[in-house]
Design a protein around this ligand. Sequence first.
Ligand SMILES: *Cc1c(COP(=O)(O)O)cnc(C)c1O
Length: 374
Amino acid sequence: MKIYFMPDPIPYFDLPAQIRALRPELDVALARTLDNCSFCLGQDVVQFEKDFAAFCGAGHCVCFNSGTSALHVAMLLMGVGPGDEVITTPYTFVATSWAISYAGAKPVYVDIDDATFNLNPDLLERAITPRTKAVLPVHLYGQPFDLEPVLEICGKHRLPLVEDAAQAHGAKYRGRTIGTFGAVSCFSFYPGKNLGACGEGGALVTNDAALAARARSLREHGSTVRYYHDEVGYNYRMEGFQGAVLGVKLKHLDSWTRRRQTIAQTYHQLLTDTPLQLPREAGFAESVYHLYVVRHPRRDELKKHLESNGVGCALHYPLPLHLQKCYKGLGYRPGDFPLAEKAARECLSLPVYPELTDAQVYRVAEVVAGFFKS
Ligand SMILES: *Cc1c(COP(=O)(O)O)cnc(C)c1O
């Protein structure tokens, strides 16, 4: 019997490795929260709001119990309600559209750009109707969408821009960190995001003090003075523990981002001669590589090949939102957004996270390239 050498499996994402490395710092931060008992919002959340606003170059940051909650409140801040339409992308995590639905409005999709997977600004204007109330694109996989043409069209039609930045903490557009191009930007601190809590979390950033104040009120039962409620609000507060954790992790974010970018460069060099379409950074964009997504028509076979060779991978996203069962009522059909549908069939996400070693990166690339040799 022949014994083949099988290297250790490479996980698609290695949260335990990240937490292990941070454990001493996290222990101190979490113990502080146990001591001060600020479990709902509290001083660590307030401090993190200051630090994250500064990180984004924004005047204000309001923390939430999830990115989805932050997006929902962003829609309310823009006055989105029943009967309104919000233009967005069908190729994203479903929570982008939830925000619109929670506000009682209708998501109106436009197709993506084939090279970047982001909303195609050339298709934006023709989707605008008298009911359009806001525009909500996504900085997908960590790469900013083309903000300039989108802002120009928004300005021309007096529509506010809300950025779903859940995957793009610290990404840059023409050299400037995203977060303050539109009226508000929303971030997620889900554990798998570039900056993740030990649990759920999200934030809304803005330069507009009045919007920030209303966001704080909506986050906390529609009140600024306890037990006096100015409007119907929500319990969307961030937990004190998460503020403490995020304060620790934010200090590492820039170096983690550089590591993600280095890994992406290495993949690019190692995979450039394969038939894969590799991630393309637009000239205006500095991506933070939340995901490293390659594409190929034989995606499903490639996925099986990676899995049987111990390389973790994932699909982002297998079914565009206009074809989801929950949105059947919107009346879209297969073929309505051909580029989003094609991306959904061809995309495969390779491991990309700061804890990935060079040896693991080479191994992933070797297994991927091996698929096309066999
Ligand atoms: C993760 C994510 C969200 C939702 O954030 P949660 O914190 O999980 O609620 C929204 N939009 C996009 C694009 C995301 O990736």
